[in-house]
Design a protein around this ligand. Structure first.
Ligand code: ATP
Ligand code: MG
Length: 361
């Protein structure tokens, strides 16, 4: 097996705020995994975000970008914080994320919304509608209305006009569709494509191309839904979905709806992939400056991001499942960081733990 012979070349980018604390726990997890499972890994690290700005005056140093290009996969903590908010937008920590995404052509953003049944009380819809929720939203990340030309604000007939253009090329739709069908095959062979094909010609093309790509995946059941209905259905009955695929703007909105359904920001991982399975993995939450340096942050979103890395970049479903089962087990035993505490441990017996204690469980 090829995947097992070649060392996994993983770049760690701790970043800012709680980033270094949670990435340190992930590093220990990776080392433990390579010892136990005899997986060969090559770990390296680099500066990114505000931490990099403080050292060299830019959030994405050339050296970091070079290492990112060499790596098979990247694990990012978080970037940003109040310290860097006064900076010019061109050197803000968040710029590093946009730089990495565009330079590495990470066009496919995978956002699972998973609610461990042990945390069902935490959700914003405290009931059986979301207990056990496990869906995956795939958002096209490098095209659509956020990048279409022309754009800008112009003066016209006595008033200003703001303009953005919603553009998708056939090949951009095709490549995100392939990612989505493959992800569906790794799960339950169900895919819902979300568009607004009744009104927008660009999404009529989206629907046509996705339908065409479906012929390569006869085992996957494809359905289509208009985005307004999808938003409503996500809130009404989210468990009807397994994998959803959509464009950049609709995906931005739908993935935030799905995240809020779970109500546990410290638990949500994400992945951004290129065409060859190389990826950048990061928790959905931010740098949480309010609790940084206090050993309070929940490292589980980062651990679940490591699981996604093993699944999508290294094709090691076995190791991914092992991590996910370990996360479920510590929750079942009642262990909680502060953010997910008081959500009703199954036996009413919660044990409050720190970042590093959670990491060692
Ligand atoms: P961004 O602007 O980067 O999207 P944000 O500043 O809006 O993020 P976060 O940094 O995610 O939001 O923090 C929001 C709240 O959630 C804060 O109160 C923070 O302490 C809490 N939080 C975020 N991540 C975690 C975590 N891993 N563990 C515990 N609490 C967290
Ligand atoms: Mg923030």
């Amino acid at each position: 097996n090829n995947a097992q012979d070649k060392p996994f070349n993983i770049l760690l980018l701790p970043g800012d705020g709680i980033g270094p604390e949670i990435i340190e726990q992930a590093r220990l997890l990776l080392i433990q995994l390579s010892d136990q499972e005899n997986v060969s890994m090559q770990l390296s690290a680099a500066d990114v975000g505000g931490a990099a700005y403080d050292k060299v005056g830019q959030p994405l140093p050339d050296d970091t970008l070079e290492k990112a290009k060499q790596a098979d996969a990247i694990l990012l903590g978080a970037v940003g914080g109040p310290k860097w908010e006064p900076l010019d937008i061109s050197v803000r920590p968040e710029k590093a994320l946009l730089g990495l995404r565009s330079q590495l052509e990470l066009f496919a953003n995978l956002r699972p919304a998973q609610l461990f049944p042990q945390l069902a009380e935490a959700s914003s819809l405290k009931n059986e509608r979301v207990a056990d929720l496990d869906l995956l939203i795939i958002r096209e990340l490098t095209g659509g209305i956020y990048f279409g030309q022309p754009r800008g604000v112009e003066g016209e007939a006595g008033q200003r006009v703001g303009r953005n253009t919603y553009i998708y090329h056939e090949d951009e739709i095709r490549r995100i569709a392939h990612v989505a069908f493959k992800a569906a095959q790794k799960r339950n062979n169900m895919l819902c494509s979300v568009d607004k094909a009744n009104v927008l010609e660009v999404t009529e093309l989206w629907r046509e191309v996705v339908t065409d790509v479906a012929r390569d995946y006869p085992d996957v059941r494809l359905t289509h839904m208009y985005v307004d209905n999808a938003a409503m259905q996500l809130v009404r009955d989210p468990k009807q979905f397994d994998v959803m695929v959509t464009g950049n703007m609709f995906g931005d909105i739908l993935s935030d709806i799905a995240a809020m359904l779970t109500g546990s920001i410290g638990m949500l991982p994400s992945a951004s992939l290129d065409a060859n399975g190389k990826g950048m993995y990061e928790p959905v939450h931010g740098s949480a400056p309010d609790i940084a340096g206090q050993n309070k942050a929940n490292p589980l979103a980062t651990f679940l991001s490591v699981a996604m890395m093993l699944r999508y970049s290294f094709d090691r479903e076995d190791l991914a499942a092992q991590i996910e089962q370990a996360v479920a087990a510590v929750l079942s035993q009642g262990f909680r960081t502060k953010d997910i505490a008081a959500n009703g441990a199954i036996n009413g017996d919660e044990k409050l733990v720190s970042t590093s204690e959670m990491g060692q469980l």
